[in-house]
Ligand binder design. Structure first.
Ligand code: RIB
Ligand code: CA
Length: 306
C-alpha cells in the first residue's frame, strides 16, 4: 500500500488518474493539493472536490495552492479540457469546504508526520512542490519518492513537446519550479510525453464503447470525461493516469537514471527538459518505455469493476 499526497490541476486526465487511484487498493490518498495549470487554482480546487464527492470520497482533504507560476503569468489549457476543466461533465459544485492550510504547508505536514512513508504524486505544474521544498529544505529526503507527470526527454519518437514543439505543458508552465524540484535531491520518477504520447497507451473510441457498458458512478463519470477528449481530440491521452500507474504495477513502465537540465526563462526553449550526458548528483528516473496495452487493460478493468 502506497500512502500518497497528490498535487494536481484537474483537468480531465488528472480526474481520470484520481478515479483510478480511488478504485485501486495499492494506493491510499491521504490528501490532495491543487495548483493552477490546466485551469485557475479556484477551478482546479473545485474540480478535485467535485470528483471526490461524486465518488463518496469527500472526506479526503483538499488544500488550495498557487494561483500562478513562480515567475510567469498562468496560461491555462481550458481549450483542451473544456470550459469547466472537466469536459463539461454534469458533476454538481463541491459542498465540502477546502482544508484551511495552504497546499505547501498541508503536503509538508503529511510528509513530516510519517518520514519515509508518504509518496508525493505531482500531475500539474510544480509550483506548490517548489514552495514546499523552499520552506522545508529537508522535505525531499523525507518523502518516500516523488512521482511526477512532466517533461519530454526524446527517449522515444513520442518525446516531443505538447505546449511548444520542445516543452511539455507542466514543465513549460513553471520551469523555475521544475528546475528547483529536479535538483532537490528527491527520489524522482518522471513520467513524460515519451511514454504518455505512445498511441498504444491512449484510450480510443473503441475503449469508450467498453467504458459505456459500465453502470457504476465511476464508469459513468469516466465515460463523460473520455468522450469529451475523444470527440474533441480524437483520443484520450492518459498522461496523469500513467504517472499513477507505476505505483499500481511497477512493471508497466521502464525507467532510466539520468541528469536532466530544465531550461528556465521565457525564450523559445522555455521548459525544455534535456537529458545530460553523464549520470551524477541529482540524477532522476525518467520513464523510457510503457506496456500500453497492459496499462489500458488495468485501467478498463478497474473502471468496470462493480
Ligand atoms: O502535458 C500533460 C500534462 O499537462 C497533464 O498533467 C495535463 O493534465 C496537464 O497538466
Ligand atoms: Ca495534470
Amino acid at each position: 500500500m502506497h500512502k500518497v499526497v497528490w498535487d494536481m490541476d484537474p483537468g480531465i486526465d488528472d480526474a481520470l488518474a484520481l478515479i483510478l487511484a480511488l478504485k485501486s487498493p495499492e494506493v491510499q490518498v491521504l490528501g490532495i493539493t491543487t495548483v493552477a495549470g490546466n485551469a485557475s487554482v479556484e477551478m482546479t480546487s473545485a474540480n478535485a472536490r467535485r470528483v471526490l464527492e461524486y465518488l463518496n470520497a469527500g472526506s479526503i482533504p483538499v488544500a488550495m495552492g498557487a494561483a500562478n507560476p513562480l515567475n510567469h503569468p498562468l496560461e491555462d489549457a481550458l481549450n483542451h479540457h473544456g470550459p469547466d476543466g472537466l469536459g463539461n461533465c454534469d458533476l454538481p459544485p463541491p459542498k465540502v469546504p477546502l482544508h484551511p492550510d495552504k497546499a505547501w504547508d498541508f503536503l509538508a505536514r503529511l510528509v513530516w508526520d510519517a518520514p519515509g512513508e508518504v509518496a508525493l504524486i505531482a500531475t500539474g505544474p510544480l509550483t506548490n512542490v517548489a514552495y514546499a521544498f523552499r520552506r522545508n529544505p529537508k522535505l525531499p529526503e523525507l518523502m518516500a519518492r516523488l512521482v511526477l507527470m512532466g517533461g519530454a526527454y526524446r527517449l522515444t519518437p513520442y518525446g516531443e513537446g505538447n505546449r511548444t514543439l520542445y516543452a511539455e505543458f507542466n514543465i513549460w508552465q513553471d520551469p523555475e519550479a521544475a528546475h528547483m524540484v529536479f535538483n532537490s535531491g528527491a527520489d524522482i520518477f518522471a513520467v513524460g510525453l515519451d511514454v504518455t504520447m505512445d498511441p498504444a497507451a491512449c484510450l480510443t473510441s473503441e475503449h469508450l464503447g467498453q467504458i459505456k457498458t459500465g453502470h457504476t458512478p465511476a464508469a459513468h463519470l469516466v465515460a463523460q470525461l473520455v468522450e469529451y477528449q475523444v470527440k474533441h481530440h480524437g483520443c484520450c491521452r492518459m498522461h496523469d493516469p500513467l504517472a499513477l500507474a507505476m505505483l499500481l504495477d511497477v512493471s508497466l513502465l521502464d525507467f532510466k537514471l539520468a541528469r536532466v537540465e530544465v531550461v528556465k526563462g521565457n525564450d523559445w526553449n522555455r521548459g525544455v527538459t534535456r537529458i545530460l550526458p553523464s549520470v551524477g548528483s541529482h540524477s532522476i528516473h525518467v520513464a523510457c518505455a510503457v506496456d500500453g496495452p497492459r496499462f489500458l487493460e488495468l485501467f478498463l478493468s478497474r473502471m468496470l469493476e462493480k
